[in-house]
Design a protein around this ligand. Structure first.
Ligand SMILES: Cc1cc2nc3c(=O)[nH]c(=O)nc-3n(C[C@H](O)[C@H](O)[C@H](O)COP(=O)(O)O)c2cc1C
Length: 207
């Protein structure tokens, strides 16, 4: 049976567009995967630890040589990596914050990018170890950053996510971006705004 890891990063709760889209994805994924398992990870509620010198030292210490203290320092990271490794598919809701990803999502990425676990250097070359997984990013941006537009180069969300997950070995990456969500703050109808995105995301979940 398949497992979907559903991750959210927006702090905006029920008002969040990316959370709405990731929920739509999961709902349709469940319809197409009877008996499948969904694991949710809400990064805004997770109390993620920050990377410290002790964390780095522990991560670079071989497993068999780690002290009990080092094992404890890595415990949260180990759990998050375990969730990823156990998932066949991953859906991640992403809010654009200051042209990039929310800080909690960056923090999560820092915790799941683990040398010898999710990536390694083989003959001096990086090799991603998170292979055979499919990731769909459901992104919401206040402005619009379509390819070829004057603002496209300001969008660091998709390029960053493609780079880091490619580095970690995930090659099956799909993006769906709801651009122009700022219109919702100025009276645009929420249902009308979301409807074409819901349809597209439902199709992605069924793919
Ligand atoms: C702290 C913060 C920073 C933001 N920075 C940007 C930005 O740089 N560019 C942009 O187009 N929209 C920006 N926005 C607007 C959000 O991308 C937009 O509200 C989007 O819907 C966020 O996703 P969410 O609804 O899932 O929270 C920002 C919003 C917040 C709260």
């Amino acid at each position: 049976m398949s497992t979907l890891l559903h991750v959210d990063s927006s702090p905006m709760g029920a008002y969040s567009v990316s959370r709405h889209l990731s929920s739509t994805f999961t709902e349709h994924w469940q319809k197409g995967h009877a008996g499948g398992t969904v694991v949710t990870r809400d990064l805004s509620m997770s109390g993620l630890v920050s990377i410290t010198a002790a964390w780095v030292a522990a991560a670079y210490t071989p497993v068999e040589a780690r002290t009990e203290e080092q094992k404890a320092v890595l415990a949260q990271s180990d759990a998050l990596v375990g969730e990823l490794q156990a998932a066949d598919e991953i859906a991640i809701g992403v809010a654009m914050h200051n042209f990039g990803v929310p800080s909690v999502l960056k923090q999560w990425i820092d915790l799941i990018a683990r040398v010898g676990v999710t990536f390694a250097y083989v003959d001096g070359k990086p090799q991603g170890l998170l292979t055979g997984k499919k990731i769909t990013f459901l992104i919401a941006t206040g402005g619009t950053y379509g390819p070829g537009t004057a603002t496209a180069s300001l969008n660091f969300v998709e390029p960053y996510l493609k780079t880091i997950f490619g580095f970690l070995g995930v090659s099956d990456v799909t993006f769906h971006t709801a651009g122009g969500a700022a219109a919702l703050n100025y009276g645009a109808n929420r249902e009308e705004f979301l409807q074409p995105h819901d349809e597209a995301v439902a199709a992605l979940a069924a793919a």
